[in-house]
Design a protein around this ligand. Sequence first.
Ligand code: SAH
Length: 343
Amino acid sequence: MRPLLAMTVAELAVVLGSRSRALALGRWLWSRATLPAALPETLPAVGARALAALAAAAVLEPPTVARRERAADGTTKYALALPGAEVETVRIPGPRRSTVCVSSQAGCTRACAFCATATLGFRRQLHAGEMLAQVFVARAGADAQAPVRNVVFMGMGEPMDNLDAVLRAVAVLTGPPLQLRAERVTVSTSGVLPGMRRFLAASPASLALSLNATTDETRRRLMPQTRTWPIAALLGALRDDAARTPGRVHFVEYVLFAGVNDGDDDADRLVALLAGIPARVNLIAHNPHPGSTLVPPSPARVLAFQRRVAGAGVRCLVRWPRGRDIAAACGQLALASSRGVRA
Ligand code: SAH
């Protein structure tokens, strides 16, 4: 039995006997206010026999929303209870559209020194249906004037360590009936090079590389896997893709830590490193969390860094934290209950 949410229209069409039935079923599913626990008894556009065939092939496994917290700025964090694991999902509203931040693993094996999820250790992989269930829940709860149009795989976990499932989830998001634009679906990686290369070759979606340092020495302290995949190799993959796929933009995430990677020399090295890469840099001041001794730079230092990079001709924006009052900001996703805070 396969999770119904994770089936593409092409796969549904095989089971249901036609593409139009598959589209009708997909529209029925994604227009629900809550994820149904079972297929409908009847669906005129699909027919009883096709529905019975689907019921024999696919399951609906609605997750339980264990907690839902809404921040003052409208950012909403969901804790979803899945079999044997809990994960967090965040919806970030914009003026006209919202973004959903999806978890790809329960916990993470990458030991980034600044990340709250790393403190949890690794629980298990999520399957594509569980990633799509996160989108379903967050999308169904969005305000009508700001529907979900963007999905970022920037929640808990390292997407490249669960790439088959992530690629399947991306295919469903960008196919009918949801049809999100591929460039609005972004998969963020700590820099797992083999996965990055495979993703860039296989998917039209956007890639974000969490660079976070401009020398291997500093990056090794922040992200130990830099020993295996140094900065030059990671940026080489982006450069190769730029040659192969003109027009595709790469996002480079750069978390700023006071006194560690926020100097003018870092800004200048960042500009030099990105030569020849169609990159958009997103600066994020470190969001502190219990268990991290790193501190964020002042807002003035963040802006000075941004001006220096942008002044050198590299597109560079500051991502100010959203939902900080509910610990929903970048790198803060780690269930309070698993740390014992609320236990
Ligand atoms: N493993 C993936 C996706 C999850 S992290 C990755 O590393 O990209 C999503 C983003 O949050 C990354 O850019 C990461 O560098 C950033 N991040 C992690 N912890 C953070 C923190 N405490 N403060 C600010 N950003 C953080």
